[in-house]
Design a protein around this ligand. Structure first.
Ligand code: ADP
Ligand code: ZN
Length: 646
């Protein structure tokens, strides 16, 4: 049975069914009607304003509506929320969503209310009065969705209410969001999560759906066991984020490089006025980079764990509520960042591991629009990280694991093949070349670097394996520095054998040799390079080495697709852009008036679709992706007015 949402009267439902049928007739937006029940497709369009399900959503939704349990592993931005929100609307009763992210509940609930869904939340920030009203609404069957913090779920009074609800209107489903919080091994462990199974098992027949973006095998097993979901079907979506373009540059003047990246993007468009995150290694650097960006006209703020709590929440709030804020942050800026329109994530220092890199870059482009993950790194970064690992007082075993993770990160940074392939392979996924990373778009030129490699290895050996890259390069290039003279290194046979390569080119060769494990910087001796066992066959001339040829300036990546980051079509005119800005300003005003982030009103993509389609009637408006009847009714007139010109 489908319940109708009484969000704003019944009129829109009938009106939109007519509009919907028109769409079906034209065949433009044929969804997977054959896969999922009509009710689900209708709610998808009429409430959420989406034309079709994404990937596994259709099957998950169908199962949940049918009352079966599922475990869903989907990357960030994959569209997990719809998997429980939609069945909650189709099934009778209220959907109970357990989530530890209290800070996000308010926005999630507001976003649902704007769609006409009767949603509410119950957590430690709720006032007594709010709790009272929520309870009343629950008892009288007036809620479609309720978000609860795990510790609330466990309170006896909430359980009593749930029992009453189960007897009256019913419970549509239990959704356990961030399900990896059951894992005692993980960073996000919540002891309350261990008791969720006990609660949900009181209500047999109510489907349960556990969702997470963490996919490793141990966590998966724990989710099934500890949430009592041993019979649940598991849905694992690829962890690929195809809309994110990966770009890596070698670091020389990182400040200038970052400014150039922001001004030009990787395709000449640039990121002025767009939202982004710049990840830095230290608190001090977050302040420095924020200042640098402000000096250059960006709306930038710093964020790190050393800031006061209220400063931190103010920064978070600005990032979420305003358009075009750039946050320069340490990795403390993380869990719960679900702003969908982050257009770039820049790393000005190398992360410690590919897991971290994937998580951090994954905050870009949750809305599925083209976005860029950009990183600048140099050998000095790697040495600094290694020193950090060996000086951190961790056990030898732990240090070894951390060093291996760093090696994998370096292997990615130095990859001569598709970066996405390297990244996904690390997570156990196989894939072809992606066509949307820097190495795919501007394939590096490989050359036989066996002789260069032998020269570099030999310089390291002959100087006693106790010097860093800078000194080794001076030896190769025959520079008579004071240090060279004091060690008599100008007398070595390798002195000056590498004049044909520049300093930069040698640095690139050495980094690649480190990435391949032929050279290893010793963190306990200031990054002194040592030659590894793996180098022997090369030294003995039994193995050749192909390396990437270094280019003087990073090659501009060719355009890969007909749209640029931000969801703007490639061929926008100045008029289009001006209109987009008008719509964007209106969106901001509406969002401010309702106290929600702008994307909750409409995502960027919807604004661009409005610019492209320039709808003139309410029916035409409904054909735009992201505009359902409720939003059409609420904002339609205002936007139609703006679209019809001055
Ligand atoms: P997750 O929770 O997996 O990180 P969300 O549920 O927040 O992802 O969804 C990410 C974005 O994708 C949101 O902006 C959402 O509106 C959008 N989205 C989800 N499902 C669809 C769909 N079927 N069609 C179009 N957009 C969708
Ligand atoms: Zn690629």
């Amino acid at each position: 049975m489908t319940r109708h949402h009484r969000g704003s009267g019944e009129g829109w439902i009938r009106g939109s069914v007519v509009a919907l049928e028109c769409l079906l007739v034209t065949g433009q937006r044929m969804a997977r009607v054959e896969v999922v029940g009509d009710d689900a497709v209708r709610v998808l369009r009429e409430v959420f304003g989406f034309s079709s399900f994404r990937g596994a959503q259709a099957e998950i939704v169908e199962r949940t509506i049918a009352g079966e349990d599922s475990v869903v592993l989907m990357p960030t931005g994959g569209g997990k929320s719809l998997c429980y929100q939609l069945p909650s609307l189709v099934r009778p009763g209220v959907g109970i969503v357990v989530s530890p992210l209290i800070a996000l509940m308010h926005d999630q609930v507001e976003a649902l209310r704007l769609l006409g869904v009767r949603a509410s939340y119950w957590n430690s920030t709720s006032s007594d009065e709010e709790v009272y009203r929520t309870r009343q609404a629950l008892r009288s069957g007036e809620l479609d969705l309720l978000y609860v913090a795990p510790e609330r779920l466990l309170t006896p009074s909430f359980l009593t209410t749930l029992d009453e609800v189960a007897d009256s209107g019913g419970i549509a489903l239990f959704a356990i969001d961030e399900a990896h919080c059951v894992s005692a091994w993980g960073h996000d462990f919540r002891p309350e999560y261990l008791r969720i199974a006990e609660i949900t098992s009181r209500f047999p027949g109510v489907p349960r759906i556990a969702l997470t973006a963490t996919a490793d095998a141990i966590t998966r097993r724990e989710i099934h066991q500890r949430l009592g979901l041993t019979e649940a079907r598991e849905f694992v979506t690829s962890f690929d984020r195809p809309n994110i373009r990966y770009v890596v540059e070698e670091k020389n003047d990182v400040r200038a490089q970052l400014l150039r990246f922001l001004a030009q993007g990787d395709d000449g468009e640039g990121f002025r006025g767009q939202t982004g995150i710049v990840y830095c290694q230290s608190r001090k650097r977050t302040e420095e980079f924020a200042q640098l960006l402000r000096d250059n006209g960006y709306d930038a703020i710093a964020y790190h764990a050393g800031m006061h709590g209220d400063e931190r929440s103010a920064a978070q709030q600005r990032f979420r509520r305003e358009d075009g804020v750039v946050v320069c942050a340490t990795i403390a800026f993380g869990m719960g960042i679900d702003k969908p329109d982050v257009r770039f994530v820049a790393h000005v220092d190398i992360p410690k591991s590919l897991e971290g890199y994937y998580q951090e870059t994954g905050r870009a482009g949750r809305d599925g629009e083209p976005s860029v993950a950009w990183m600048a790194y140099g050998l000095a970064d790697v040495v600094a990280q290694s020193q950090f690992i060996s000086g951190g007082g961790a056990s030898v075993e732990q240090q070894r694991v951390e060093q291996m993770k760093l090696d994998a990160m370096l292997g990615y940074a130095e990859a001569a093949t598709c970066r996405r392939r390297v990244l996904l392979a690390y997570f156990g996924e196989e894939s072809g070349d992606c066509g949307n990373c820097d190495t795919c778009l501007s394939p590096p030129e490989l050359y036989d670097a066996t002789v260069d490699t032998q020269k570099a290895l030999s310089a390291v050996i002959r100087t006693g394996q106790r010097f860093g890259a800078g000194h080794i390069i001076d030896v190769l290039r025959g520079k008579k520095t004071a240090k060279i003279e004091s060690w008599n290194h100008h007398d070595l046979p390798t002195f000056g054998v590498g004049v044909e390569l520049s300093d930069q080119e040698w640095r690139s060769v050495i980094r690649q040799l480190v990435a391949r494990g032929l050279l290893s910087p010793d963190p306990s001796r200031m990054g002194a390079l040592t030659v590894t066992e793996k180098a022997r066959p090369v030294l003995e001339g039994r193995e050749t080495v192909m390396l990437r040829r270094m280019t003087a300036t990073p090659a501009r990546v060719k355009k890969a697709r007909a749209s640029s980051p931000g969801g703007a079509p490639a061929d926008v005119t100045d008029d289009d852009r001006a209109l987009f800005e008008v719509l964007r300003a209106e969106r901001r005003a509406l969002a401010d008036a309702e106290g929600v982030p702008p994307y909750v009103v409409f995502p960027d993509r919807t604004l661009w679709e409005l610019v492209a389609a320039r709808p003139q009637t309410p029916e035409q408006l409904l054909a735009v992706n992201g505009i359902g009847p409720v939003k059409a009714e609420k904002y339609g007139a205002r936007f139609l007015e703006l679209l019809s010109g001055p």
